[in-house]
Design a binder for this molecule. Structure first.
Ligand code: DC
Length: 221
């Protein structure tokens, strides 16, 4: 069977990773959460006291960063210098830092190299901001998921509460998402933008199952 590649892009909270994970299970293919890689760079910068907008120091930091992805069952685990940081990269501080470091060209070039290596020679569903436009421009299937800011903030807030993060308000989450949307869409290099040939799905009033079914019906048609 020919390898299939599926690119899923869109802003924070649009449902990309939830949908991509279900698709990877349904289709029996690898899932790569590329946001986790930018988050890991941000975590390292924060730990080393590097400003997440300091291009020169970030360029140096990614030149020898040790990021590895492993799959435990179908769960993606990400390792920084041998340490499993999969949970530690999910804090609001790291979210903001990830958006900042992802605007640095040298950081993106290094991460995209790793992403293309993982995609080479296997079927993948990859989610991010620039997968359909830059990382895998020849992907067979490209989707751009979107939803209203209010709904995306509600989803992220619910997720944070479920993870036991209680010192946060819906308004904080909304501000964080707005900051990242603006940052991610306005950077010069590989910004968040819908690829011309991507199918846009507005998930605001859709259930997860409805989005998955819509995508599967397109892939199987
Ligand atoms: O998908 P996420 O929220 O985990 O991503 C964290 C940040 O990383 C996001 O604000 C922008 C950046 N990112 C990116 O620039 N390109 C990608 N392919 C994935 C994420």
């Amino acid at each position: 069977m020919k390898n299939i590649t599926i690119a899923i892009d869109g802003p924070a909270g649009a449902g990309k990773s939830t949908i991509a994970k279900i698709l990877s299970r349904s289709l029996g293919i690898t899932y790569l959460d590329t946001g986790a890689m930018y988050r890991t760079v941000a975590l390292k910068a924060i730990r080393e006291g590097i400003n997440t907008k300091d291009e020169a120091r970030l360029e140096k930091l990614v030149s020898d960063i040790d990021i590895k992805i492993e799959y435990h069952g179908d769960e993606q685990h990400i390792f920084l210098d041998g340490e499993d940081v999969s949970d530690k990269i999910r804090t609001p501080e790291v979210s903001k830092g990830a958006s900042d470091v992802s605007a640095v060209k040298a950081v993106r070039i290094r991460m995209v190299e790793l992403q293309r290596e993982i995609a080479a020679g296997q079927s993948v569903v990859m989610d991010g901001r620039d997968i359909g436009t830059y990382v895998l421009p020849n992907a067979q299937y490209k989707f751009f998921l979107n939803a209203s800011l209010e709904e995306r903030a509600r989803r992220r807030y619910k997720e944070q509460l479920e993870k036991g993060i209680k010192d946060i308000t819906l308004e904080d989450v909304k501000k964080d998402i707005e900051y990242r949307d603006k940052n991610d869409s306005s950077r010069d290099f590989a910004p968040l933008v819908k690829a011309d040939d991507a199918i846009e799905i507005n998930t605001t009033d859709m259930t997860i199952q409805q989005v998955v079914e819509k995508i599967l019906s397109i892939i199987r048609s």
